[in-house]
Design a protein around this ligand. Structure first.
Ligand code: ZN
Length: 514
């Protein structure tokens, strides 16, 4: 079939239109706030099935802190780990900001033709925050390799010194940016994280601070976390995949060498209020700090090399979220998810928590471990599991470990018209199941209930008793909330009244016979 020139032009125009609008163009150049925002919006529009754009807050200069989530996993899928990547917390450390934009581009454009990218998007939720300090970036100067303007935010506060600190009191006032991160971490369950910096070439892992009164003369001793083996592994994965970081060469004569291109944070230089320790200690998220360029704000023409150097290291680092154990904590009776922040690997004094759906994740190296689970209203559980050394699968896959929690059951005595509750009240805001030993008919306490057979009494809080009837008595459907205190005092009063009546009767009886 012959196609005339008009038709040909029409087809070319359509292809050009689709091409331009399906993949927003990303050049190797620095993007200011408006260009960065526009690019992220274009990406979210062009790839609605694998991206989600949201903001976690706003800076003093009214710049939104944009996050682009990358994933093709359905929202309903259980056990998908969330990873976050943050750059530009120091506004003048700019390379990471552009590298993360290129990482977004790489993921969405290689979903169909790169097997690793495809697998990661199918099995991971990757949240990318290219700039945590857009206010600082706006006043930074390209080519300034050492100290320069823009490190701090618009209030001249170093954001990487403004987080709550476990080791030493941090009096720095909370900033919009740090508050946004704190809320973000509280509302999500991130498993793994990286913060991209500039000014050195090293992967830095927790802890980055030391206890007060520690001898602070150089060389600083390392501050070892309970998951030191995992953190060292994460840092080694990045440094060894990076073409030069693992050499550990100093960036200039004044710097030190880093063996294998990694360092414990405190052993390099201790700092208070850092984001890395905050992630791990307060939220159970494993974060390391990646110093990816000797120059803090490299020239534009260095960006292609920086992207090439960090691309594979970032992909391999993200995949580490799949190393270790994961599962769901459920109620043994109802099979509903149990939410708790009382998860811990035995021998590691570091807690982590479930997601809002009862899911949990923990990165662990091969070995045998015991998971300890504590949840209010449930009997504590300890479950042994193994993370195998060798796996048949091409990609890292975690050990699945679903945990069923038996609710705490306490006995309550039920006597015809009274409920005698145990003297010790349940833990605060807990659900404790009381199993009655006898049947009961009705209740005192001012409530008139139809006679029914109650076999289970559930305390839904410290203040109320919920009565559940047996299936046989279902037709009555009595379900009342009673104050525990009231029920208790009424019980005592009722008992006292009975004694008073008996005493009075004995008294009258004695009088009659005197
Ligand atoms: Zn920095």
């Amino acid at each position: 079939m012959l196609v005339d020139s008009k038709q040909l032009w029409l087809w070319w125009s359509i292809l050009l239109f689709v091409g331009v609008y399906s993949t927003p163009i990303l050049n190797f150049e620095y993007h200011n706030y408006s260009a960065l925002s526009q690019y992220l919006h274009n990406m979210a529009t062009a790839y609605p099935n694998m991206t989600r754009l949201y903001s976690i807050g706003e800076t003093l200069r009214k710049h939104k802190l944009w996050v682009l989530e990358l994933s093709t996993a359905p929202k309903s899928s259980f056990g998908i780990p969330s990873v976050k990547l943050i750059a530009n917390i120091h506004g003048n450390e700019a390379a990471g900001r552009e590298i993360l934009l290129h990482l977004i581009q790489f993921f969405v454009t290689n979903y169909t033709n790169d097997e690793t990218v495809h697998w990661l998007l199918e099995n991971t939720r990757i949240h990318v925050l290219p700039s945590l300090n857009p206010d600082g970036f706006e006043i930074s100067v390209e080519g300034k390799c050492e100290i320069g303007p823009g490190r701090e935010n618009a209030r001249f506060v170093d954001l990487n010194r403004s987080f709550p600190d476990h080791f030493q009191s941090n009096t720095k006032p909370r900033q919009y940016e740090t508050q946004a991160i704190e809320d973000w971490l509280s509302n999500n369950t991130f498993v793994l994280s990286a913060s991209l910096h500039g000014g050195a070439l090293v992967a830095n892992y927790p802890y980055e601070n030391v206890m007060e009164n520690t001898d602070m003369r150089e060389p600083y001793p390392p501050s070892i976390s309970p998951d030191d083996d995992v953190f060292q592994h994460l840092a080694v994965v990045y440094a060894s995949t990076h073409p030069t970081m693992h050499f550990g060469y100093p960036c200039n004569r004044m710097d030190r060498e880093f063996q294998g291109g990694i360092t414990n944070g405190a052993a390099w230089y201790p700092l208070t209020g850092g984001m890395q320790d905050y992630n791990y200690i307060y939220h159970g998220c494993m974060e390391i700090t990646l110093e990816i360029s000797c120059c803090k704000y490299p020239l534009t023409h260095d960006l292609p090399t920086l992207w090439d150097d960090n691309r594979d290291a970032l992909l391999k680092y993200i995949s580490q979220a799949h190393q270790g154990v994961r599962g769901v904590i459920r109620d043994n009776n109802t099979h509903q998810p149990v939410l708790t922040s009382g998860l811990k690997i035995e021998g590691r004094d570091s807690y982590f928590r479930t997601s809002s759906r009862g899911e949990f994740w923990r990165i662990l190296l091969p070995g045998t471990y015991q998971l300890q689970v504590q949840a209010t209203g449930y009997e504590p559980q300890t479950i042994k599991f193994t993370v195998p050394q060798k796996r048949l699968e091409k990609h890292l896959t975690p050990t699945w470990l679903d945990v069923n929690m038996p609710p705490v059951v306490r006995k309550a005595t039920v006597v015809s018209d009274q409920v005698l509750l145990p003297t010790n009240p349940p833990d605060e805001a807990s659900t404790v199941h009381y199993t009655a030993t006898q049947k009961m008919v009705g209740l005192t306490n001012g409530h008139t209930l139809s006679p029914a057979l109650f076999t289970e009494i559930t305390l839904t809080s410290t203040d109320f008793v919920k009565l559940s009837n047996t299936p046989e008595a279902d037709s009555h459907k009595p379900e009342k909330l009673l104050s525990v205190e009231d029920a208790g005092s009424d019980g005592i009063m009722w008992t006292s009244m009975k004694y008073m009546v008996i005493l009075n009767m004995i008294f009258v009886f004695v009088l009659l016979f005197i």
